[in-house]
Design a binder for this molecule. Structure first.
Ligand code: GRF
Length: 203
């Protein structure tokens, strides 16, 4: 099979980035992680990438006039590396058409709720506060809206009585670390098809 080159975008701890690295290192995910894009140069994910010998493009948004300006630099990095798939894993920024247009259908995001419930920030806290009994994890294609693109895969996570956002977050993250590599593998193997909003994964 041809190499499959991915870029991961993240802003924080990077446990999902690490889950991908671990699967690759164990030989369970046949992709090449070509780049980490990070908008917070001090984030722990940058250390993880350095440890894993993944090149990092880190930047400070405040140093640019507009989103489009720094996204154009990111786009150049992606094109130079012939990236096949962008994986947004905790990248806490709105993105623009500079990236969406060239990568539509080749850019995915992981979100810690069962979308369309609880989009946006603090999805885990939102679910606890609302009192739902089930929440979960969604991986979806990225479009121009807030966590609104076509859904590729979801896993549910039960919310226990007396649950706190912290205790729930642990189980949500565990589910993410399984689901995200699973979806990347399915895309890599060409088993994902998209028809408008409806996405299917062939076994
Ligand atoms: C995850 O919960 C992901 O769903 C959300 O941001 C969090 C990132 O966590 N978009 P990590 O940095 O991968 O540990």
């Amino acid at each position: 099979m041809q190499p499959y080159r991915i870029a991961v975008f993240a802003s924080g701890s990077g446990s999902n980035f690490q889950a991908i690295v671990d699967q690759v290192q164990k030989g369970k995910l046949d992709v090449s992680i070509e780049l980490l894009v990070c908008d917070r140069p001090q984030a722990f994910v940058v250390e993880r990438a350095t440890e894993a010998k993944v090149p990092v493009f880190a930047f400070r948004p405040k140093e640019y006039e507009s989103r489009e300006e720094y996204e154009s630099l990111i786009l150049k990095e992606l094109q130079d590396r012939e990236i096949d798939l962008i994986v947004m894993a905790g990248y806490m920024r709105i993105i623009t058409n500079v990236l969406i247009v060239p990568y539509y259908g080749r850019m995915i995001n992981i979100h810690p709720s069962l979308l369309p419930s609880f989009p946006g920030v603090k999805a885990i806290e939102q679910a606890v506060a609302y009192g739902v009994k089930q929440t979960g994890v969604t991986v979806h294609f990225v479009d121009g809206g807030l966590d609104s693109g076509p859904i590729i895969a979801q896993r549910s996570v039960e919310i226990h009585e007396h649950e706190t956002a912290d205790s729930l977050a642990e189980r949500i993250h565990a589910a993410e670390h399984v689901l995200l590599p699973h979806v990347i593998r399915s895309l890599r193997e060409g088993r994902v098809s998209i028809d408008g909003r409806r996405v299917s994964i062939r076994l």
